[in-house]
Design a protein around this ligand. Structure first.
Ligand code: 5RP
Length: 231
């Protein structure tokens, strides 16, 4: 099965968790987009709920698909957030932010009673860190913040380069919140809690892509002989 088929299978299972009247956080990325597509079909079939998107891209997709939307200011407590992830470990610790939406994703997830991750089972890892860890930073004092992030990474026992994420045409990527992203290519993160605390202590760091103690469950889809096995 292809990646898109697996992502859709995980998204389809997550749809079983959705109930009428829910206040639903809508994640970002291709797996979350598959979920929004499937959710829109249900909404067209009469399901009434309100969604809070975690990025401008998700907002545009959900709006075009006819899903009723609100901001987190209008609906500050959510029942459930469904979102993708770049890595998931056995303790439901995540790396997120491959799509640069980590700040809003974390705010929305933390405002939700439940956060459920949907992903291709290939995202499951024994140790977080093979995927570059995104760190969202304020543009002011970028060079100083970059150095401080490198120091925080080293102090947490990690090694690897930290680089500014750029767009295809070479400009520094700007997030929906007007920030930049530093990607830390660490290979492995021996203690995610220590690294997370170290990054938060850096002035200029707005948020990091370690989601620790936030996810409640993961729905992972694996290819088993040409069929999707969803667990
Ligand atoms: C965006 C994210 C995404 O959820 C994550 O990158 C996974 O994306 P995809 O479902 O396309 O693999 O964190 O900031």
């Amino acid at each position: 099965m292809s990646g898109p088929d697996l992502r859709r299978a995980a998204a389809a299972r997550a749809l079983d968790l959705v109930e009428p009247g829910m206040r639903l956080g809508l994640g970002s990325g291709s797996t979350a987009a598959a979920f929004v597509d499937l959710l829109a079909e249900r909404v067209r079939g009469g399901l009434d709920l309100v969604g809070v998107p975690t990025s401008e891209a998700t907002r545009a997709q959900a709006e075009a698909a006819g899903i009723r939307l609100a901001t987190l200011d209008e609906v500050p407590e959510l029942d459930l957030t469904i979102d993708g992830a770049d890595e998931v470990d056995d303790s439901l610790r995540l790396i997120k932010g491959g799509g640069a939406a980590l700040l809003r994703e974390k705010i929305v997830a933390c405002a939700s009673r439940r956060m459920v991750v949907i992903a291709d089972a290939a995202k499951r890892v024994a140790t977080l860190g093979a995927f570059p860890l995104p760190v969202e930073v304020n543009p002011f004092g970028l060079a100083a913040t970059h150095r401080a992030v490198e120091a925080a990474v080293a102090a947490a026992g990690c090694t690897g380069p930290v680089s500014l994420r750029r767009t295809a045409d070479g400009r520094p990527l700007v997030t929906d919140g007007g920030h930049h992203i530093l990607d830390a290519r660490l290979g492995a993160i021996p203690d995610p809690e220590v690294l997370g605390a170290g990054l938060w202590a850096v002035p200029g760091v707005v948020e990091h892509g370690l989601f620790l103690g936030i996810a409640d469950a993961a729905i992972l889809a694996a290819d088993r002989g040409g069929r999707a096995e969803v667990t």
